[in-house]
Design a protein around this ligand. Sequence first.
Ligand SMILES: *[C@@H]1O[C@H](CO)[C@@H](O)[C@H](O)[C@H]1NC(C)=O
Ligand SMILES: *[C@@H]1O[C@H](CO)[C@@H](O)[C@H](O)[C@H]1NC(C)=O
Ligand SMILES: *[C@@H]1O[C@H](CO)[C@@H](O)[C@H](O)[C@H]1NC(C)=O
Length: 429
Amino acid sequence: MINRIDSKFLLWGLFLLQLFLIGAILHFSIISGPVRETAESGIKFISSDGGREYLSPPRESSREIVIKELGNYTRTFAETAFVNHLTRQPLVCFREGTIAESDGSVGVDLNDTEDVRCRCHPGWHGVDCGQPEVIWRAFMAARIPFNFTLSHTGRHRVIYLIQSSVASLQVLEIQLMELLDVVELFVVCDLMEMMTIKSSSVLSSHRQRVLLMRHKDCSPQNMYQHLLMHLPKSVSLRDNDVILFSPLDGIFNRRAITYMKWYENWPQPARFRLKYNVYGFFWQHPDNTVVSGVASRASTFRDYPQESLNRALTVDKAAMIIGDLNHYGGWLCKFCGQPIDIVKRLEYEFEHEHYAFGDSNPKTIDVSYVQSLVTKGFFVDGQLKLNKVQRFGDRYYTPKYVEQNSWNFDNIITNIFAHWEDDSDDEYL
Ligand SMILES: *[C@@H]1O[C@H](CO)[C@@H](O)[C@H](O)[C@H]1NC(C)=O
Ligand SMILES: *[C@@H]1O[C@H](CO)[C@@H](O)[C@H](O)[C@H]1NC(C)=O
Ligand SMILES: *[C@@H]1O[C@H](CO)[C@@H](O)[C@H](O)[C@H]1NC(C)=O
């Protein structure tokens, strides 16, 4: 009897030992991961789940794209009992920009000698308080007078072409969620050709509004072509649809895009001056801002899509640039993500020669190399010093979605690694 129990234990023991060994082997092969080395440069990239890259993405069953128009006029604007003398129409106020009275009605300024106007919150302008600071300043800078007769005759559908990659999923979530109640259709293009609807829970929960494509060249021209080919007949493009394009890492200011959804009177093509962050919202590139992205109505591209898109993106003098050195048209959060994704991005950029390292010393680009760059605030070349951004008191520190879901974006809101190094210096981060 005792013997039988002993041998049972022995067998169980051997079995468990075997499981442990298998586990250990799997564990270590995952940790070490594949190493890729570029022959001439002597630069090694180590990304722990790089093995996945060689599998081709599974085919997706075709999804039905459904465009449900967003935006409710009565929830966005409030009509008042007053008549605007100039337009001889009832005064209408943009709710978000207008001060609410204690009884819930919108505030109206009757003291203005020229005309009745809505009472605006700070940072909002115009008779109806519909111009956010960033749009108001763009009009001023371009010396374009407002034409209020033209203002909100109707809402526009917004179609957003986003350049992305499987190593940029965290920023993709922000790009989508920040504009979820403004943009009807997202066209997401993955440069690394790996992304599926299942790559991100945000993509899969909004699958009916996402056209996904994988292409080595996610140019706006290719994305627009893809849009024309894959848009169901029932939702074909309209001349007054707003087409937005943002390159990798670009996040638009939601107030600016909301303005484009509701107003007619902006000149096009409009481009954006984005705050240039690196690794997270806590570092800013010494260039401070970049002009990037474009917005225009679909009619601009209808007849000669290729040529007109080229022109919209190459004109030095866009009809209007949204954003300046103090009020940004959005963010370019370059290399924002977990260190492992930054390694993957660098590997991609290096292979495609978007990027070269400053010195030719052999280097190993792995998670710890990236972590040290993030901690110390050096650009990916290891040479250019980044500027620290103070979090508090900066109205443009992060997009709204990031602020409201901060638990999910720790790694790009605060320089988490820096805390280990110098606590005193970082109390504001
Ligand atoms: C818009 O919102 C108002 C107030 O919330 C609601 O009564 C109305 O039905 C909505 N309109 C549409 C078309 O959804
Ligand atoms: C308008 O002027 C009156 C008298 O000067 C003042 O009491 C009131 O607060 C003003 N209203 C607004 C909306 O500024
Ligand atoms: C504003 O737009 C309306 C409608 O297109 C036009 O009739 C009017 O002349 C414009 N006013 C100015 C000042 O440009």
